[in-house]
Design a protein around this ligand. Structure first.
Ligand code: H2U
Ligand code: ZN
Length: 345
């Protein structure tokens, strides 16, 4: 049975929202957060790390799990992951037997340290320090993009998201195939460009500027809780001018990005007054030598927490039907906006 209601009323009812970037839907059912929770609780992430930890495998001068010693680095540092999931010299092979298909994959995995300081998370950095992280992301992408088509820059922060070490670090996995998420975004952005002659994410940024999900913007960047956010406090960072990959960011864009990032991350830490766990990463155009005006660079932040010690699980309905969220993107944006303001006086 279908009844028509005004668009505004629709958003306060259980409803589905469309993600134009992936072509997928999700279920939004606000007002469910008051349900009782006797499940597992996340240990609050207390922080308070020392500036140097002699047992940390990422601190300068320390020995890693494979016996190699880190240099006494003073800014950023990267190395090939000692337990890499991808190998560059993996032989090319494929299998096709009825419905069974497989392809070998070539690639490499690197670990990137954001700072020699064990305790200096991006949220605690000055914009100038965060700028060195932006430059590292861009330099690594440019170099790896010469060999591999897909360069995935990402960071897992906090044990709730599987980070193995509090030392501020991220990873880069570069491979020869377009992975699943990239393939979806590739298809959607191409289709929007073909239909409208515009970039999907630039059109989206234009629509969100100054709106209820806008968390802050400047001449070059927009930070927004996407209308289709699946994780409670998910955010999206979009450059406001056409740019398809990290190496193409100019000096001004990099400087402003460093400021946006530290502001957002301080806001995240402020939200539950504790270091905030998340997985974040950049989606940039495939490095295949083809000009891609349709593909707009952007970063996703996927934090798992719903409350200080209660995480969102993508289980049951989410796994079997589609993602579901309990607070609306607009409510999440209100709370994040206040936290960002409080954390950046
Ligand atoms: P995460 O914290 O996001 O899991 O990243 C840490 C990576 O560091 C992980 O992929 C690698 C692990 O394989 N690592 C090394 O390469 N050398 C070490 O000595 C320990 C961890
Ligand atoms: Zn360390």
């Amino acid at each position: 049975m279908k009844r028509d209601v005004a668009a505004a009323a629709l958003l306060s009812l259980p409803h589905r929202r469309y993600n134009p970037l992936t072509g997928e839907w999700l279920l939004v059912s606000a007002e469910r957060t008051s349900r009782p929770w006797l499940g597992s609780e996340e240990a609050p992430n207390v922080g308070g790390e020392p500036a140097y930890d002699p047992t940390c495998y990422l601190c300068p001068g320390n020995v890693r799990a494979n016996g190699e010693r880190n240099p006494v680095y003073e800014s950023t540092f990267f190395f090939t992951n000692d337990f890499a999931a991808l190998q560059p010299d993996s032989p090319v092979a494929s299998l096709e037997e009825g419905l069974l298909r497989a392809e070998s994959e070539q690639g490499t995995c690197q670990v990137i340290c954001f700072s020699p300081r064990h305790d200096l998370t991006i949220s605690r950095m000055t914009a100038a320090q965060a700028r060195t992280v932006v430059d590292l992301w861009a330099e690594r992408s440019e170099t790896l993009g010469k060999t591999f088509e897909w360069v995935q820059v990402f960071e897992n922060r906090g044990s709730a998201m599987g980070a193995s070490n509090p030392h501020p670090h991220g990873q880069i996995w570069a491979g020869s195939a377009l992975p699943r998420e990239a393939e979806k975004e590739d298809r959607s952005q191409k289709a929007h460009w073909a239909a409208t002659g515009h970039s999907l994410l630039l059109d989206y940024a234009e629509q969100e500027l100054g709106g209820p999900r806008d968390l802050g913007s400047d001449s070059d960047w927009l930070v927004v809780v996407p209308f289709w956010a699946a994780w409670p406090f998910e955010t999206l960072i979009i450059p406001r001018r056409p740019v398809s990959c990290l190496p193409d960011l100019d000096v001004r864009q990099r400087e402003l990005l460093a400021g946006r990032l530290t502001k957002l991350l301080r806001g995240y830490d402020e939200l539950f007054d504790a270091p905030f766990p998340y997985s974040m990463g950049w989606h940039q155009a495939p490095f295949d030598g083809v000009d891609r005006p349709d593909w707009q660079l952007h970063a996703h932040f996927y934090p798992p927490l719903l409350q200080a010690t209660v995480r969102k699980f993508m289980v049951g309905y989410e796994l079997l039907s589609e993602p579901q969220r309990d607070i609306t993107a607009e409510d999440a944006a209100d709370r994040l906006r206040s936290a960002i303001k409080a954390a950046n006086p």
